[in-house]
Design a binder for this molecule. Structure first.
Ligand code: GAR
Length: 266
């Protein structure tokens, strides 16, 4: 019998992608099982979906942590192995020149929340972590502690746009408002930036004259529910290799980029 990978999921909302992943596991389209579902939001509807399938859930309430920090920063104790300067140098979320207070508040509260997540998920021995509508950026604190082998990233995200365009919190909205004729969704490994890591798979749909933001979202989600299980199955089959490519542009600039190569099925 094939070994099943152990999948952890982070969600913030309704969890329709989570449902698609659970269903694909149960139907054998993913050689895996969802071993826990965690959320930053105690009210996330997806938590109930998980419970219905007997999957353990837990919550780390980010908003409460951020509120406490705002009231009095001393109320939030960052983890003992946390180094603010190291995190600042690694992250690609803030532009240079961002006020230090903003950076410090963000990185400290995230590390505190992430340490809690790491502690709670430790018992589940996870092979792959999937962000399924998780609306928080993970900081280098979390990423470095879960991605222990740099050559084998194992945190995936689904994004509602054809990256690298329209990163951020409203991919379909940005696509629609821009007047794009094609929209889509992307699954990628995460890195230290926002929606910027190596792309694993993408699917696209046509936007017609009579489409609305609502119909664009419906078209996109229907593709997400197919794309995410497909990409997770590639991981389960050990077919995703991350390599660094070096290119020289026409202007002589040399650029390096981490990309995913998909191996042929065995
Ligand atoms: C999905 O469209 C997903 O791509 C998006 O949130 C929605 C979650 O829906 N994710 C992001 O925007 C991440 N930046 P779901 O809770 O029904 O799966």
């Amino acid at each position: 019998m094939k070994r099943k990978i152990r999948i952890g999921a982070f969600i913030s909302g309704g969890g329709s992608n989570l449902q698609a992943i659970i269903d694909a596991c149960e139907a054998g389209r993913i050689d895996g099982q969802v071993v826990f579902v965690a959320s930053d939001n105690p009210k996330a509807g997806g938590l109930e979906r998980a419970r219905k399938h007997g999957i353990p859930t837990f919550v780390v309430d980010y908003s409460a942590i951020i509120r406490q920090y705002r009231e009095n920063p001393d109320q939030i104790t960052p983890p003992a192995d946390f180094d603010l300067d190291e995190m600042w140098l690694k992250q690609h979320l803030f532009e240079p020149g961002t006020p230090w207070n903003t950076v410090q508040a963000f990185i400290t509260t995230r590390a505190a929340a992430e340490a809690e997540l790491l502690k709670k998920m430790a018992v589940f021995k996870t092979d792959l972590l999937v962000l399924a509508g998780f609306m928080r950026n993970l900081s280098p604190y979390f990423i470095d502690r879960f991605n222990i082998d740099e050559a084998h990233p194992r945190i995936m995200n689904i994004h509602p746009a054809l990256l690298p365009v329209f990163p951020g919190v409203d991919g379909y909205g940005d696509t629609f408002r821009y007047g794009c004729k094609i929209g889509g969704c992307t699954v990628h490994f995460i890195d230290y930036g926002e929606d910027s890591g190596p792309i694993i798979g993408q699917k696209a749909f046509t936007i017609a004259e009579d489409d609305t933001l609502e119909t664009v979202k419906q078209k996109g989600l229907a593709l997400e529910w197919r794309l995410y299980p497909e990409c997770i199955q590639l991981f389960a089959e050990n077919r995703l290799e991350t390599i660094t490519l070096t290119h020289t542009k026409d202007n002589g600039e040399v650029m390096q980029r981490r990309v995913v190569k998909i191996a042929q099925a065995k």
